[in-house]
Ligand binder design. Structure first.
Ligand code: BG6
Length: 484
């Protein structure tokens, strides 16, 4: 026995023994495996992004991105890490598709590096850049994995940042629309699902505002300018939707991959559920609500006051171009909500210091977010198709002497979040698929390589990939179509 039991342990164990007589438990509701299953056509996938895994940052005509520049500034990234080599996926994409196949996933969400396709952001395309994604898509399809492409996962061409101030300018929104149309024209014969922008809220607040973490391009703009960046990004999303419709195959489906502000009723009374619906609409006022309603809410505009973004009615039409689905990244509950007498109709409760979190401090362990976020999204805006575009956790993964990574914390996290997601699909919330973040350990932005989110462990020196125990958990879950 590795540890001796203390009296405290014993008391805990004794307290957890079943108190109900056996006969009572025999009469309890029987949960059959089927009642815990996801719908039969549920899409199981993993997710990654270009800068975080590809490496080969100057290969085949790729231009520099704001992350190349930023990550090389001393002191910006944990351990002064950068993505020059990352998970070397550019060279090893075939091996990585084999890893997906071993999991049994039916879909893969990857992102296209804009500076590979347009090294300067606009102007002349670089055909070799697109060739890489053509090779990847073909390899995925040959292995029975459906490609889901994201157009923007934060690696803005540096040239646009230098020439026009990046997302501070509407020119970047226009350039993004043109890039989206070009990509759709090239790949939508085989790629049927395209996500426009990943987590606007994160890269804007952290890259252009003063979010708790700093990201590229590392600006801290005053509120009015920050709101204008938000608006320009929304406009870029809308222009991309329109360009994909205009240049892509008719059966191409398009939507965002947004970091929904997940509002959970603290206690699920009808009043608190209603309050969480209102909170979901207001707390997503700068992004999802604007996209889905074509307007900024009154509360958003009142709060912004004279710092509100400048926009036209035509902009809002573009921003709310009809979508085929809404992708949401759900990692944690952002707010617990209760009903309130004040004019908002809701109030947000403070988190106690002891609220549990995973290896990353920000990553709260609140599985019910995975039930409420899609439920309230579907309810508020009558959304008919939802994808969970990211969910997963960092872990204090250690490889043992015999080469195993026993990541029980990740398995616990995933099982609980997936159980809540299944609860949503069983109630008819139209979630069509789930993409686990992430296929493999990668460059985790400000954390560099210090935080690991992968199902596959990476030795970043040898680039050796090793499945963690969670890879087996996910394989079994996919095979059974229910959390295992
Ligand atoms: C998501 C991003 O917000 O969180 C991913 O879309 C990212 O790109 C993941 O890797 C984990 O975040 P972080 O900041 O811990 O790397």
């Amino acid at each position: 026995m590795p540890h001796s039991f203390t009296r405290r342990h014993f008391a805990k164990l004794a307290g957890s023994l079943p108190l109900v007589p056996a006969v009572a438990s025999a009469q309890a509701t029987v949960i059959t495996p089927d009642s815990r299953c996801f719908p039969p056509d549920f899409v199981w996938g993993t997710a990654t992004s270009a800068y975080q895994i590809e490496g080969s940052v100057t290969a085949e005509g790729r231009g520099p991105s704001i992350w190349d520049r930023y990550a090389h500034l001393p002191g910006k990234i944990h351990g002064n890490d950068h993505g020059d080599h990352a998970s070397d996926h550019f060279a090893r994409y075939k091996e990585d598709v084999a890893l997906m196949k071993a999991l049994g996933v039916t879909a893969y969400r990857f992102s296209i590096a804009w500076p590979r396709v347009f090294p300067d952001g606009n102007g002349e395309p670089n055909p070799k850049g697109m060739d890489f994604y053509n090779r990847l898509v073909d390899e995925l399809l040959a292995n029975g994995v459906a490609p889901y492409a994201t157009l923007y996962h934060w690696d803005l061409p540096q040239s646009l940042q230098d020439r026009v101030g990046g997302w501070q300018s509407r020119d970047t929104a226009q350039a993004f629309g043109a890039y989206a149309g070009y990509v759709a024209q090239k790949i939508s014969d085989r790629v049927k699902h395209i996500f426009t922008i990943n987590e606007s809220a994160t890269f804007i607040d952290f890259g252009y505002g003063s979010g708790p973490v700093e990201m590229a391009p590392g600006l801290k703009l005053p509120q009015a300018e920050l709101n204008q960046v938000r608006h320009n990004v929304l406009l870029g999303h809308g222009l991309a939707v329109q360009a994909i419709r205009a240049s892509g195959h008719a059966d191409t489906k398009v939507g965002p991959a947004e970091n929904i502000v997940a509002c959970v009723p603290a206690i699920a009374t009808p009043q608190n559920i209603r309050a969480a619906e209102i909170a979901t609409r207001e707390m997503n006022g700068g992004y999802l609500t604007a996209m889905l309603e074509g307007r900024y809410t009154d509360a958003f505009l009142a709060y912004a006051g004279r710092n509100a973004p400048k926009f036209t009615a035509d902009d809002m039409k573009i921003i709310s171009s009809p979508l085929d689905f809404v992708g949401i990244n759900v990692y944690m509950p952002q707010h617990y909500v209760v009903a309130s007498e004040d004019p908002n109709g809701f109030s947000l409760l403070p988190f106690p210091r002891s609220f549990p979190h995973m290896e990353s401090d920000w990553l709260r362990m609140g599985p019910e977010a995975m039930y409420w976020a899609p439920r309230l999204l579907a309810r508020n805006w009558d959304v008919k198709a939802i994808y969970i575009t990211e969910n997963g956790t960092s872990g204090a993964d250690k490889m043992s002497a015999d080469g195993r990574v026993i990541d029980l914390d990740r398995i616990m996290y995933l099982r609980n979040y997936l159980t809540q997601l299944q609860r949503a699909t069983a109630e008819g919330v139209p979630v069509k698929g789930y993409f686990l973040w992430s296929l493999m350990d990668n460059f985790e932005w400000a954390d560099g390589y210090a935080k690991r989110f992968g199902l596959y462990h990476l030795d970043f020196d040898s680039q050796r990939r090793t499945p963690k125990l969670s890879a087996e958990f996910y394989r079994q879950t996919i095979a059974a179509n229910r959390p295992m």
